[in-house]
Write a protein that binds this ligand. Structure first.
Ligand code: ADP
Ligand code: MG
Length: 222
């Protein structure tokens, strides 16, 4: 489903991704661990076709560089920074994305309830707390049951209760065989549910099963 090979990305003289390889099968739930600045968000932006890169990325047979629009259609993306319009209400936001995804907004409103945001429907996105915005951003990424879900630090700033609301929904999507890739800079319970996990370090990914203890400890904070 996702094939990445020899992926390179530099900003100025800084190499952020330096020959990264990653292969993900359809239906897998893969977790990327890595400290701030290790390149997780940069990797996701490349996969979404939002920035250019060297090397190969194929998502369901499509290249994000040449078929960015088609790739973004297949992916539900939750960026690390809230990308939603602050002056729209929650209702308007979900109606808007339902229209874009050609889906009934019913699914979106049901998921909104599930993540405990049912009472925020008439509020403006800009009036929501950071954690609420993060949950709304998850709803926007996930409600349409896309083929692929890419979630950039989806639960990092949430309290325990909100984390488990999102995690249990993610697990349900995993059961439905949706391909899920998510990043975190924290050690989470999520590791227990991941099919595979990798540590991002030196611009590449290291299998957490084979990564040595030093790299693991250095890359993760608990
Ligand atoms: P992470 O998501 O793991 O915290 P990022 O991908 O956000 O890491 O950042 C990796 C490195 O790339 C950091 O050193 C960051 O400063 C740099 N970087 C990211 N985006 C840009 C950009 N648009 N211009 C310059 N440097 C960038
Ligand atoms: Mg990031």
């Amino acid at each position: 489903m996702i094939e990445i090979s020899h992926l390179r990305k530099s900003f100025g003289t800084t190499d952020v991704l330096s020959g990264l390889d990653l292969s993900i099968n359809a239906g897998e739930l893969v977790v990327l661990l890595g400290p701030n600045g290790s390149g997780k968000s940069t990797l996701f932006r490349c996969m979404m076709g939002l920035i250019d890169y060297d090397g190969q990325i194929s998502i369901d047979g499509l290249s994000p560089l040449t078929h960015g629009k088609a790739v973004r259609k297949e992916i539900g993306f939750m960026p690390q920074q809230c990308g939603l319009h602050l002056d729209m209400t929650v209702d308007e936001t979900l109606e808007f994305y339902a229209l874009i995804r050609k889906q009934s907004s019913e699914h979106a409103f049901r998921l909104l309830e599930q993540v405990n945001l049912g009472s925020t429907r008439t509020m403006k996105v800009g009036e929501l707390s950071g954690g609420m915005r993060q949950r709304l951003s998850y709803v926007v990424a996930a409600f349409a049951r896309p083929k692929v879900l890419i979630l950039d630090e989806p639960i990092s700033n949430l309290d325990r209760e909100s984390q488990s609301l999102i995690l249990s929904h993610l697990l349900a999507l995993h059961e439905e065989k949706i391909t899920i890739l998510l990043s975190t800079h924290l050690k989470h319970d999520m590791l227990d549910v991941a099919d595979r996990s990798f540590v991002m370090s030196e611009g590449r990914l290291w299998d957490t099963v084979t990564a040595d203890t030093y790299a693991m400890e250095g890359a993760m904070q608990s």
